[in-house]
Design a protein around this ligand. Structure first.
Ligand SMILES: [Zn+2]
Ligand SMILES: [Zn+2]
Length: 155
């Protein structure tokens, strides 16, 4: 495989994973998988939450993809793309937005601020239903999200 084919797979997978994460978050985690995800919408003590089981599950799946990918390189590069997305997600979502593992950096402008606000608005709704902003790296405009939330509450 040429380097640009590998690069295309990795970049493509990162983009695909954002869509995948959006769909999983909206339809699985806020659907039949709420049992695990609920912990992420509640205040809690301790370093871990039940929701981390999702990260562990995805890590196991990706590990299997890497192993199978030893025989079929495109799959190995796809697994790497998923890992890159997972790394960005852990850094931005867990460390920056939720300040886990002792990180205390709050972005005050630019896209990272928008991303932070969009995800905070996701957490503005405590329950399973009626949430907004299920995606992650592609953050919608916070002003629009607020309007959407306000509309739902006035109904
Ligand atoms: Zn959620
Ligand atoms: Zn969160």
């Amino acid at each position: 495989m040429a380097w640009y084919e590998k690069l295309a797979i990795v970049v493509g997978m990162v983009l695909f994973m954002e869509c995948f994460a959006w769909a999983t978050h909206k339809y699985v985690m806020h659907g039949w998988g709420w049992g695990w995800h609920k912990s992420h919408h509640e205040p809690h003590q301790g370093a871990f939450e039940k929701n981390d089981l999702y990260a562990i599950t995805f890590a196991v799946i990706v590990l299997v993809l890497f192993v199978v990918g030893l025989r079929w390189p495109p799959l190995w590069w796809a697994a790497l793309g998923i890992t890159v997305y997972g790394g960005i997600y852990a850094f931005v979502h867990d460390m920056m937005v939720h300040q886990r593992f002792g990180m205390r950096w709050v972005p005050r402008r630019g896209y990272s601020k928008r991303l932070l606000q969009a995800h905070r608005l996701h957490h503005a709704v405590k329950g399973k239903e009626g949430g907004v902003s299920f995606g992650f790296l592609l953050a919608p405009d916070p002003v629009k999200l607020k309007r959407k939330l306000a509309e739902r509450h006035s109904r």
